[in-house]
Design a protein around this ligand. Structure first.
Ligand code: MBD
Ligand code: FE
Length: 253
């Protein structure tokens, strides 16, 4: 009998892994290869990526199954959220020099509680990759205050960001995680996506992603994202800018 939460969770998960070892009659060679592989993943700094690849979408499904029916659906946070992103007075993200001709993107909407009331003063974070698939503060050459930022909703609960339209994203594929996906016959692509995190005192964090209806991999994500249908957006262009507009519903904890 487990005597605390840590004991209970670890014991349950380890027992399920043991079940897999039994079921597949894993050999000693395979076992040693797996241990060596995990050490390589750690050495390459890919542990977070490895875990997110297999478990982040499951985490979200568990949250969604236990959420208020009116709360917005959660999707993967992924490994690249950074809380040191800048506060943006006007919602305009810094873009790389020379990238001015990339397709402009407006993301806007209203944060509401599950009864539909607009919520002012709510912290909304957004981050997305450059059109060549890099995250600010993570990948070489893109500063931490680029392609990410925070705003607070105004008195009507509105928020608005400006960035550029991302393209399908290849997760890091030149290390051990990519090697394993290749060896398993899987690809390493995610659909083009925009990350959103909404935080407010007394409310459950809403972490989700927005997708582009016409894009590739929307339903063939290497990370098996939850892809909430409410966040797959048809093409809407306003003044030459792609617009994603949505309500975001958050619930009390
Ligand atoms: C990403 O950009 C991402 O969003 C996820 C879920 C996993 C790897 C990279
Ligand atoms: Fe991402």
């Amino acid at each position: 009998m487990a005597n605390n939460r840590l004991d209970q969770v670890v014991s349950t998960i380890v027992e399920k892994v043991r079940d897999g070892v039994r079921e597949e009659k894993v050999s000693y060679e395979e076992y040693r290869a797996a241990v060596g592989y995990m050490m390589k993943v750690a050495d390459a700094g890919e542990l977070a990526l490895f875990i997110d690849l297999f478990l982040n979408a499951t985490m979200c499904r568990v949250i969604n199954e236990n959420a208020h029916s009116k709360a917005s659906l959660q999707d993967m946070e992924g490994p690249y959220f950074l809380d040191e992103s800048p506060m943006l007075e006007d919602g305009k993200m810094k873009l790389m020099d020379g990238y001015e001709n990339d397709e402009p993107l407006i993301v806007r909407g209203t944060v509401r509680d599950v009864d539909g009331a607009a919520m002012p003063g709510v912290l909304v974070d957004m981050w997305n990759a450059t059109p060549d698939g890099k995250y600010g503060g993570i990948h070489e050459g893109v500063p931490v205050d680029h392609y990410r930022g925070k705003v607070r909703t105004d008195e009507n609960g509105h928020f608005r960001f400006e960035s550029t339209v991302p393209v399908p994203y290849r997760i890091k594929d030149n290390g051990p995680v990519g090697a394993m996906l290749k060896a398993m016959g899987r690809h390493s692509w995610r659909p083009a996506h925009v990350h959103i995190k909404v935080r407010h005192e007394g409310y459950r964090d809403l972490i989700t992603q927005l997708y582009f209806a016409e894009g590739e991999y929307v339903h063939d994500d290497c990370c098996e994202g939850t892809v909430p249908q409410e966040f797959v957006f048809d093409k809407v262009i306003e003044d030459g800018k792609r617009v994603l507009e949505t309500d975001l519903f958050i619930e009390k904890v």
